[in-house]
Design a protein around this ligand. Structure first.
Ligand SMILES: Cc1ncc(COP(=O)(O)O)c(C=O)c1O
Length: 521
């Protein structure tokens, strides 16, 4: 503000004194040449100031990564205190604060909850967070090019288009396939459903019916609800004993619905369910889809990138027949949260469902041979998320990802075999991919077949393992029974971490049995 006043004073003085032509020229020169130097530009650190800020960030990022192995996976102690911390929760002030101080606050805020960057995370579907993707994000944000359309950033849109083509080729989709990077599978499925609805159902779509199993991830029913379908439009098809969709039951359900005058149009096959990693029989489902005129969507959020491995390719057989595939690079490519993908076999249908209605003020942005991403999804302005996928794949090479995914398949198998030898546990089936499930053997803890006792013991087993903080597992329910899940997918989950998890499970299962016998009169 004081600099601004200096300039104004100078102009005022010049105006009052009138001045010659030469004075005015000098005055203009003075103002033009010195104003930028005089005025502080706090929003635009440059030179050494910028370098210093980036070094502070570099030091912090390195410290975060270095400390991960020593840290607990979870910390829920003192959350109330953290949330009540008035320094942390302070509203932005008129004056800025030093970056180092702010990073300390960020670190304090991140300390509580689940440390999803920690390789000890085996619960849910673990996230990764490759640092190289963070580097890509920094670059993408500083470049800040507009990639919603291709004309403003043709080279960068080309990089993102190439990544989408690479993914299409990975799943052997035809050259007319197109796709879009989304924030996750929920958004990808929403667009897949919009595309199928637009191409297969009349405008009045309420007679449309879609088919899932009780193992299908809940985001499908949510997408249906958000699009205006009624709850009964989502049919639950039966599974076999390994939680995989029964294609015969699918066909029977479609026939019954057609007889009622309904319009079956969409089936979701899971390429790895969240609960158990079960892979639906995609080739057989594709056959039914062709016969019955259904759009086959594959939820490959968790399992899709195992396609990079030979074993994965065998287990995901039939995925190449899909009309659309939803993928989560923020799972199977270990990228940061907010990185999903939709691939559509007939790319024109994806475009037709999402394009149109461009505002007049964008009429000058025409004439690029590349796709305008705003025509392939709901967003116009978007972050340049392509770089977050492109840079790690090119920097580390595809083989690094393949080998990491092979390691996860091996480690899940190792855990399954070792835990199968633990007498206190009942194992689910061997893993299709990298999720294993088990529960306490109620006979070991209660001397009988009491389901409630088995559930209680299983819950207690999970509580004790997680309380140690070295690893974290999570639970689900299968056929009404509580089951502990161990999902090996984190890029930092190495053999030592998996052994640590196995050790904790074994120890606590044995302790629980001893506690039980000690408590028995
Ligand atoms: C199999 C499966 N599908 C879909 C989703 C939802 O994906 P997102 O959270 O990326 O929207 C998940 C999330 O864990 C999942 O495991």
């Amino acid at each position: 503000v004081s600099h601004r006043n200096d300039i104004d004073d100078h102009q005022q003085r010049g105006r009052r004194s009138g001045g010659t032509h030469a004075d005015r020229t000098n005055r203009q020169k003075f103002v033009v040449l010195t104003e930028p130097a005089l005025r502080r530009r706090p929003l635009e650190p440059v030179g050494d100031e910028l370098r210093k800020a980036l070094l502070i960030v570099t030091d912090y990022v390195c410290a975060v990564v270095d400390q991960l192995p020593m840290q607990s996976v979870t910390d829920f102690g003192g959350v109330q205190k953290l949330l009540a911390d008035t320094v942390l929760r302070r509203m932005p002030q008129e004056d800025g604060r030093p970056l180092g101080e702010l990073i300390e606050l960020i670190d304090r805020a991140a300390a509580k909850g689940i440390n999803t960057a920690n390789g000890g995370l085996f619960g849910f579907v673990p996230g990764g967070g490759l640092v190289s993707a963070g580097i890509a994000d920094l670059i993408a944000d500083v470049l800040n090019r507009f990639t919603g359309q291709s004309t403003p950033a043709p080279g960068l849109v080309a990089l993102e288009t190439d990544i989408l083509r690479w993914m299409s080729e990975l799943f052997c989709l035809p050259t007319e396939a197109r796709g879009i990077l989304t924030t996750g599978t929920s958004m990808a499925t929403l667009s897949a459903l919009i595309t199928a609805r637009t191409s297969l159902l009349p405008n009045d779509f309420l007679r449309g019916v879609m088919y899932v199993t009780n193992q299908t991830h809940a985001h499908v029913a949510k997408a249906a609800r958000l699009l205006g379908f009624l709850p009964e439009a989502v049919r639950i098809v039966g599974c076999d004993e390994r939680q995989r969709m029964d294609p015969g039951a699918l066909h029977a359900a479609v026939v019954a619905d057609k007889a009622k005058g309904l319009l079956p149009f969409f089936v979701v096959a899971s390429a790895g369910t969240t609960n158990t990693g079960a892979v639906d029989p995609m080739s057989a489902i594709a056959d039914v889809a062709v016969i019955d005129g259904l759009w086959m969507h594959v939820d490959a959020a968790y399992g899709g990138f195992f396609q990079l491995t030979n074993r994965g390719k065998q287990r995901l057989r039939g995925v190449e027949l899909a009309d659309s595939i939803a993928l989560d690079p923020h799972k199977g490519l270990f990228l940061p949260f907010g990185t999903g993908c939709l691939l559509v076999r007939n790319g024109q249908l994806l475009r037709e469902a999402h394009s149109g209605g461009d505002p007049d003020y964008l009429q000058d942005l025409q004439g690029s041979p590349l796709p305008d991403f705003s025509d392939y999804g709901p967003e116009l302005t978007r972050d340049f998320r392509g770089l977050r996928v492109w840079l790690p794949l090119h920097l580390h090479g595809v083989e690094a990802f393949r080998s990491a995914l092979n390691e996860k398949l091996d480690l899940a198998q190792l855990a399954y075999e070792k835990l199968s030898a633990v007498s206190e546990l009942i194992m689910l089936e061997p893993p299709d991919l990298s999720i294993i499930g088990f529960r306490m053997n109620s006979q070991a803890v209660a001397g009988g077949h009491d389901t409630a006792a088995g559930d209680e013991a299983t819950a207690e087993l999970l509580r004790r393992i997680n309380a140690e903080g070295r690893v974290m597992l999570s639970s689900t329910r299968l056929s009404g029974r509580l089951v502990v899940r161990m999902c090996v997918l984190h890029h930092r989950a190495d053999e030592a971490k998996v052994e640590e998890a196995i050790d904790a499970i074994q120890r606590h299962a044995a302790d629980l049995r001893l506690d039980q016998f000690a408590a028995t009169p």
